[in-house]
Ligand binder design. Structure first.
Ligand code: ZN
Length: 209
């Protein structure tokens, strides 16, 4: 079914593409339901296109936000130069390959250099990047780079543990395995700092991973 869909997309003539571009998001979802073999007019599905459009809009609202806006005004000057660590930040995102959810926990640490950020801002920063179409590796790197750029600490470490429905539902991977990614910048590239961060993470209570 997939290859048929791709072929017919390639074969579209210009007038048809134009029609496609002018279709509302809801019309496109209705068409998708029909292509899946459903009857979009049956009772249970009549509101589905509207719901899917709203839901996808919410799940990708990170495109409307910029990291600097979220973190603006939340920087404080401090003498503190020990590691700041925020563990177990809830994360929900959509994989850009299948538009299926991946979700898990984000752990962030940084070594301040005169400035710290309000702790509640880090989960908001995670939202900015997670509420977009993503791959876990890029999400990890983008978070680390944004923190490095905005707080300008001695270094930053980000670890993400996540489960991907595109793998779990399609049986690509064992259902309980989590993908783990990390990005280490600045001082976190040094073995001692990295080890301190990772051992602090291991102290966490079991959260299902
Ligand atoms: Zn995927």
């Amino acid at each position: 079914m997939k290859s048929v869909g791709i072929t017919s997309m390639k074969q579209l003539e210009r007038p048809e593409s134009a029609a496609l571009e002018q279709s509302s998001f809801e019309e496109l979802v209705r068409e998708m339901l029909a292509r899946l073999g459903e009857d979009p007019s049956r009772e249970g599905l009549t509101e589905t296109p509207r719901r899917v459009a709203k839901s996808l809009e919410y799940l990708t609202h990170g495109y409307q936000q910029q990291p600097a806006e979220v973190l603006n005004g939340a920087l404080f000057s401090v003498d503190y130069d020990e590691m700041v660590i925020v563990k177990d930040i809830e994360m929900f995102s959509l994989c850009e390959h299948h538009l299926l959810p991946f979700f898990g926990k984000v752990h962030i640490a940084y070594l301040p250099k005169g400035k710290v950020i309000g702790l509640s801002k880090l989960p908001r920063l995670v939202e900015v990047f997670a509420r977009r179409l993503q791959v876990q590796e890029r999400l990890t790197t983008q978070l680390a780079e944004a923190i490095q750029e905005i707080i300008q600490p001695q270094g930053v470490g980000v670890v993400i543990e996540a489960r991907h429905l595109c793998m779990m539902m399609r049986g690509v991977e064992k259902q309980h395995s989590a993908a783990i990614t990390s990005a280490m910048l600045g001082a976190f590239r040094q073995q001692s700092t990295r080890n301190e961060f990772l051992s602090l993470l291991r102290q966490k209570t079991s959260n299902g991973f």
